[in-house]
Design a protein around this ligand. Structure first.
Ligand code: BES
Ligand code: ZN
Ligand code: ZN
Length: 501
C-alpha cells in the first residue's frame, strides 16, 4: 500500500480537497477558519455544527458540499475536551477518520492541522501525529482474500497556515512515512500465518530489507549455530521441519562511538512444543514473531534515517516451536553459547531459550554498550499490565528514561517492572545452572530475570510486548485487530533518545 503525505498552504476557499477534516471539541465555538466556506455553503456548516455534530471522541460527521466545486466534504471528528487532548488524542482522531472515510471511498483526506494542536503542544508534532494516525488507521490486510479491498486511503494531506517552512514539514513527514512503513511491515508479517511466515521467509525478508536500505545482513544456518554452540536456540527449533535461521542485520556507519544490539523474539509459530498449548486461540501464536519483526522494522528505519555515531545491530533468532518427534522434552538439559546449562521444565517457555543464545551471541560478537530485547514473551505480562502496555525491565536508568520518553512520544506505552532478585531462587535447578520457568506467580518477572542471566555485566533491557503486539478484539482507533505493529516506532525513538543522552 503506497501512502503519501502532502502539505498545502493555499487559501481554504480555493482548495478542492476530497475531505477537509476539522476537530470538534466539547463546548467550542464554530471554527472561525471555516467562516468563508460556511458563507459559500449558505451556513450549512455552522448550522450542523451547532445542532448535530457530536464532540464525543471518535464520532465522525461527514457533511457533503452543496456546491459543484471546491472542497467536496467537511469531516468533523469528535475530540472530547480540548484541555484534555494530547498528541495521542490527535493520533486516535486521525486514525478514526482514516478508517471511516476509507470505507466511504474517500481516498485522500486533508487535516486542518492548526485546529488540532493540543494545549502546550506544537504544530509540527501535531502534524506528525495526524499523519501517523491516518496512515496506521487506513490499514487493512487482504493478502489472502480473492476479492481485494478496493477502498484505499492513499494520502494524508495537511492544510497549514501560510508562512510555515514547508521544506521542514516535508522532511518531517518523510520521516513519519518511514517509521509508519515499519509499523505496517510489522503488522503484515505478524498477520501472516505460520505456513508462510517461516524462519526461511523471514530470513529472505531480512535480506531484501538489507538490500533495500543498504545495511549488512548475515544469516546463520543450523550448522553455523551448532558450531557457535547455540544449544538453547537450536533446542527450540529441533521439533520442527522448518530450518532455523539466525538473522543478523548490521548498520555500521563509517565512524561510531557506541554499539547497541537489539534482539527480537521470532518464534514463527509457537505451538508450545511437547507442552502443547490448548487449541483455543492457538492461532494467535502465528504472531509470536512480533519482537523479531519489530527489530527488522527498526533496522529498516535505521538504514534509512541513518542515526549518526552508533553501530546498530539487529539479531533475530528465528525458528518454530513444534512438538515433532525430535522436539525438546521436559527435563531435557541444553547449553547456551557460553556453556550455561538450562533444564527445560516447560517447552512452552521457548522464547527465553532462543533469546538466551541471541543475547549471548550479541555480547560475544559485538561487545555492545547495551542490549535490548523485544519479545512476546509471557501471558503473565498481559495479566499484569493488560493488552495495551508493554512491561520493561532494566537496571540502567539511562535506558529506562530513554524508553519512557519514546513511549510517550509514540503512544506505544510501556511500564517499568522490577528485577526482583529474591525471585531468582525460583529459577534454581537441581541438575543445571537454571531452569526455564519459575512458579506460577510473577511469570513475567522470572522470565526477565532468566534473560538477565545471559547479559552478564552488559547494560540490558528486556521489553515484554505480548500484550500490545497482538490485539484479539476489534479496532481501537488507529490500531487494528490482529498484529498491531507495536514496536518499531518505539524502538527507533528509544534509540534516538539513548544516543543523545
Ligand atoms: N508466546 C508465549 C507468550 C504469549 C502469550 C505471547 C500470549 C502472546 C500472547 C510464550 O512462549 C509462552 O508460551 N509463555 C508461557 C510461559 C509459561 C510456560 C511459563 C506463558 O506465558 O504461558
Ligand atoms: Zn511458548
Ligand atoms: Zn512464545
Amino acid at each position: 500500500m503506497s501512502f503519501t503525505a502532502k502539505i498545502h498552504t493555499d487559501n481554504l476557499t480555493q482548495a478542492s480537497y476530497h475531505a477537509l477534516v476539522v476537530p470538534a471539541f466539547e463546548n467550542s465555538a464554530f471554527p472561525r477558519l471555516l467562516g468563508e466556506i460556511d458563507k459559500a455553503w449558505r451556513n450549512a456548516l455552522s448550522l450542523s455544527y451547532k445542532t448535530s455534530v457530536p464532540t464525543k471522541e471518535g464520532e465522525i460527521t461527514v457533511i457533503p458540499s452543496p456546491l459543484q466545486k471546491g472542497i467536496k466534504n467537511i469531516v468533523f471528528i469528535g475530540m472530547g475536551i480540548k484541555d484534555d487532548s494530547t498528541y495521542e488524542t490527535v493520533r486516535r482522531a486521525a486514525g478514526n477518520v482514516a478508517r471511516n472515510v476509507r470505507k466511504r471511498n474517500i481516498s485522500r483526506v486533508c487535516f486542518l492541522a492548526e485546529l488540532f494542536v493540543p494545549p502546550d503542544a506544537d504544530l509540527e508534532q501535531t502534524c506528525v501525529a495526524l499523519v501517523e494516525g491516518a496512515r496506521l488507521g487506513s490499514y487493512f490486510f487482504d493478502r489472502f482474500k480473492t476479492e481485494k479491498d478496493t477502498h484505499t486511503l492513499d494520502a494524508a494531506e495537511l492544510h497549514l497556515p501560510q508562512g510555515v517552512k514547508v521544506r521542514e514539514y516535508v522532511a518531517l513527514l518523510d520521516r513519519v512515512l518511514t517509521l509508519t512503513t515499519a509499523s505496517i511491515m510489522a503488522r503484515d508479517w505478524g498477520n501472516t500465518p505460520g505456513n508462510l511466515a517461516t524462519p526461511t521467509n523471514l530470513a529472505q525478508l531480512a535480506r531484501d530489507v538489507a538490500g533495500e536500505v543498504k545495511i549488512g545482513c548475515k544469516i546463520l544456518e543450523r550448522k553455523d549455530c551448532e558450531k557457535a554452540g547455540m544449544g538453547a536456540y537450536l533446542g527450540v527449533s529441533q521439533g520442527s521441519h522448518q530450518p532455523p535461521k539466525f538473522i543478523i542485520l548490521d548498520y555500521k556507519p563509517g565512524r561510531f562511538s557506541k554499539t547497541i544490539c537489539f534482539v527480537g523474539k521470532a518464534v514463527t509459530f509457537d505451538s508450545g512444543g511437547i507442552c502443547l498449548k490448548p487449541a483455543t486461540d492457538m492461532e494467535w501464536m502465528k504472531a509470536d514473531m512480533c519482537g523479531g519483526i519489530s527489530v527488522i522494522g527498526l533496522m529498516r528505519t535505521v538504514g534509512l534515517l541513518k542515526p549518526s555515531n552508533a553501530r546498530v545491530i539487529g539479531i533475530i533468532p528465528a525458528c518454530e516451536n513444534m512438538p515433532g518427534g525430535s522436539a525438546l522434552k521436559p527435563g531435557d538439559i541444553i547449553k547456551t553459547i557460553t556453556g550455561k546449562s538450562i533444564e527445560v521444565i516447560n517447552t512452552d517457555a521457548e522464547g527465553r531459550l532462543t533469546l538466551a543464545d541471541g543475547i549471548e551471541f550479541a555480547i560475544r560478537e559485538y561487545r555492545p554498550d547495551a542490549v535490548v530485547d523485544a519479545a512476546t514473551l509471557t501471558g503473565a505480562c498481559v495479566i499484569a499490565l493488560g493488552t495495551d502496555i508493554a512491561g520493561f525491565w532494566t537496571d540502567d536508568e539511562k535506558i529506562a528514561s530513554a524508553l519512557n520518553r519514546a513511549a510517550s512520544d509514540t503512544g506505544e506505552r510501556v511500564w517499568r517492572m522490577p528485577f526482583e532478585k529474591d525471585y531468582l531462587e525460583l529459577l534454581k535447578s537441581e541438575q543445571a545452572d537454571l531452569r526455564n520457568v519459575g512458579t506460577k506467580w510473577g511469570g513475567a518477572i522470572t522470565a526477565a530475570l532468566f534473560l538477565r542471566e545471559f547479559a552478564g555485566e552488559t547494560s540490558y533491557c528486556h521489553i515484554d510486548i505480548a500484550g500490545p503486539a497482538i490485539n484479539d478484539s476489534g479496532w481501537k482507533s488507529y490500531i487494528p485487530k490482529g498484529a498491531t505493529g507495536y514496536g518499531p516506532r518505539l524502538l527507533y525513538h528509544f534509540l534516538e533518545n539513548w544516543l543523545v543522552d
